[in-house]
Design a protein. Sequence first.
Length: 165
Amino acid sequence: MRILLVLILILTFSIFGFGQKRIAAENFSAADMSGKTIELNSLKGKIVVLTFWNTKCPICQSELPKLNQLAGRFKDKNVVFLGLTTENETKVENYVKKNPFSFAIIPNSFGILLKYADKDKLGNLSMGYPAHFLINKEGEIELKTDGFDKTEKLNSEINRLLSAQ
């Protein structure tokens, strides 16, 4: 009986510990606020941080300065930060005048949100704001997180990926 229990535990840990497969990030092509087209697949070989945000989101507003600092910290280290919002250019432009970003913003990103958002049992979209997706150099999602103050977690995971080179 003891041997059977040990075998079951080993099998369980093997499946859950070693069987975790990273999911490939969904490719997209979209124009940023300056009109430059960004295609996710063209960023392979770099670490990419996608942040889904909204101008009306208080958590997004409080986290923006921290994200700007984080983007500045990794500016010359092969790390790309992208801010995606479903809002249009006019709304984003007005917001950015008062709250500057130190990384590219992609407005009108509802189609991209559809690729990344979770869905509930009924097929309804489920994504907390801000939502962050950390994509490794191979184009796989390393970390998916949302909510308040995730910049320290992003910082440590980016450093981990950079040190694994």
